[in-house]
Unconditional design. Structure first.
Length: 319
């Protein structure tokens, strides 16, 4: 039985990860300041004897006498929603986003170093920016603006990766990095602005499905259960300093994606287009997952239709 610290554990991905770790018998310490997450996501875990929640900002030092050791740290804390109009986006929280991915990552590396714990840093496909190559493999260095609207997220994740890499090379930290590609599923925040949530909500309420630009931009969507499996395998099988793309390589245009949701919800919603893409919105995104397949023996198992079916049912219940 391990003692595992999960930052951002009350968020979408973090809560599913905590659930899996608690179910297999590990002791889970969840640190979350509820900036974009919610205690509702972990309500079902609060009564478990092996789950401990601390309302804590990881940019501040974390001290607890309760735990004599920590074996693993999953550092997932960070806003992740890119929509400029959403109150939950990293654009709505630029300073918090920069701090959690830099100071927060540094703090987690210090804790991992002190306890000789393994660390996994949740980075993002956004570090590739608007990629000039497709698919994106781990050794692609990206095409990112340092000052554009997405830079508070992209560049702080990039520096977060650098912090982990320096702790690995200079202090022998057992750290690894996962680059998470668009992930979806139950417990996504219903009020945020990501495409999956917006399109399902719009389709179920018969409102126009709002495509930004002409819908020819692509994304590859990964179901949450596959993402969590990838996260755990990267921690268990990844060697210090390694980087893994974790995502689904089933690439679709956003228009195709909107049409699938419209059809699956049997919605009468119109699909509308805006004149152009938001600034720096990546035109294409598809992970090269050969490394994760080979080293972690991981690959996504859930088809887009199967994952969307479960996600749509979740939103039907809560809307
Ligand atoms: P989320 O917003 O649902 O979860 C993030 C959690 O971090 C929230 O519960 C939030 O309250 C918490 N948090 C933020 N700042 C904090 C701080 N200073 N101290 C403590 N807690 C803090 O987002 P998510 O989709 O679950 O994303 C989780 C991680 O995965 C993030 O690091 C994100 O960058 C990364 N990621 C997610 C996706 C995706 O498609 N969901 C894609 C790429 C990367
Ligand atoms: N998008 C859209 N309509 C929406 C929300 C998003 O057309 O209501 C587009 C967005 O511009 C991007 C893609 O869908 O091209 C995926 O956006 P999302 O916010 O889910 O995440 P991203 O991959 O951009 O981080």
């Amino acid at each position: 039985m391990k003692i595992i610290l999960v930052t951002g554990g009350a968020g979408f991905i973090g809560s599913h990860l905590c659930e899996r770790l608690v179910a297999r018998g590990d002791t889970v310490i969840c640190l979350d300041n509820l900036l974009t997450g919610s205690q509702k996501n972990i309500a079902h875990l609060m009564s478990k004897r092996n789950f401990f929640f601390f309302n804590h900002d990881v940019t501040k030092p974390f001290v607890s006498r309760k735990f004599a050791k920590i074996d693993e740290i999953y550092h997932l804390a960070s806003p992740a929603d890119p929509n400029v109009n959403s109150p939950f986006s990293y654009m709505a929280h630029p300073f918090e986003t920069m701090k959690v991915n830099t100071i927060g990552t540094w703090n987690m590396c210090e804790i991992a170093y002190k306890f000789k714990a393994k660390l996994s840093f949740a980075s993002t496909s956004e570090i590739y920016g608007d990629p000039e190559v497709s698919p994106q493999s781990e050794n692609y260095r990206g095409n990112v603006s340092t000052i554009g609207p997405r830079s508070v997220y992209d560049e702080s994740k990039r520096f977060g990766e650098t912090i982990v890499a320096a702790f690995v090379s200079k202090k022998d930290l057992e750290g690894r990095i996962t680059r998470i590609f668009n992930t979806y599923g139950p417990r996504m925040n219903v009020n945020e602005g990501r495409a999956v949530v917006n399109f399902i909500k719009q389709a179920l309420t018969q409102k126009p499905i709002t495509i930004f630009g002409d819908g020819k931009q692509t994304r590859s969507f990964c179901y949450i259960d596959d993402q969590v499996e990838g996260q755990i395998l990267a921690m268990e099988k990844g060697k210090p300093g390694e980087v893994f793309n974790i995502g689904n390589d089933d690439e679709r245009t956003i228009l195709e994606f909107a049409k699938i949701i419209k059809q699956m919800t049997r919605s009468q919603s119109k699909i509308t287009f805006s004149q152009r893409l938001p600034e720096d919105d990546p035109h294409q995104r598809r992970p090269d997952i050969n490394k994760a397949k080979k080293v972690l023996q991981w690959k996504p198992k859930t088809s887009l239709e199967e994952g969307l079916f479960k996600t749509i049912n979740y939103f039907k219940e809560i809307l």
